[in-house]
Design a protein around this ligand. Structure first.
Ligand code: NI
Length: 227
């Protein structure tokens, strides 16, 4: 699964968020990397438990909780508190895979990373490079989105971030454990839900065919969800 979730943040929200980020103190991005990824990671991050990171992370989580497309695609069970990173002056992140299991810093919680997410915070024409390149069965896909848009992709994918040769790339990133572990099952539920939404608009939410498909959706979710 690789899906773009548009307009997680609005332009006015982005301005104040970027200003807060630029005024914050940053640390070496290796802080949250494992041994393989740490060796190829060259960027900066906000300290995970710092005030700015926690406050801005809550804003992102609140917006995601209201975003119907995100909820439909991810079926989130537990979302890792969003982190923030910054690339400039040739910084990059070489090919790696995200850790499968992540203890949530400062808690006793542990999550299985089913999906990875990158929320772009800088406008793409303000920096050169910085594409997120995700390897999939259809080849490598380059992702560089409008500020406020987010990509959601399978955490099983190898990926890297191209060097940022000019300007500055600010992003938020995080992982989540989905109610539905299998990517293929989650993708089927997503397609079905999108069709039900369209049918609901065209035929009405109480049309017998819309209702029957809604029943199929919920019964599949009941079968596959891990709660
Ligand atoms: Ni990664």
């Amino acid at each position: 699964m690789l899906i773009v979730i548009p307009e997680v943040l609005a332009p006015t929200e982005l301005n104040s968020l970027r200003n807060e980020l630029l005024a914050a103190d940053w640390i070496d991005g290796k802080a949250t990397a494992g041994s393989q990824s740490g060796a190829v990671k060259f960027n900066r991050q906000l300290p995970e438990l710092g005030d700015t990171s926690v406050r801005l992370g809550h804003i992102v989580l609140k917006k995601l909780g209201q975003h119907a497309l995100f909820l439909s695609a991810a079926l989130p069970k537990t979302i890792y508190p969003p982190l923030f990173n910054r690339y400039e002056g040739g910084e990059h992140f070489g090919t790696h895979v995200d850790n499968a299991i992540r203890p949530v810093t400062g808690t006793t919680q542990i999550i299985r990373t089913d999906l990875s997410a990158t929320l772009f915070l800088s406008e793409p024409d303000t920096y050169e490079g910085g594409e997120l390149v995700i390897e999939s069965q259809f080849g490598a896909q380059e992702v560089k989105l409008k500020a406020g848009d987010m990509v959601l992709y399978s955490a099983t994918s190898l990926h890297h971030v191209e060097p940022v040769s000019n300007g500055q790339r600010l992003c938020s990133f995080f992982w989540l454990q989905s109610l539905v572990r299998e990517d293929s099952q989650r993708a089927l539920l997503f397609d079905l839900d999108q069709s039900i939404q369209t049918l609901g608009c065209e035929l009405g939410p109480n049309h017998p065919e819309t209702l029957r498909l809604s029943g199929v959706y919920h019964n599949l979710l009941r079968k596959w969800a891990d709660v």
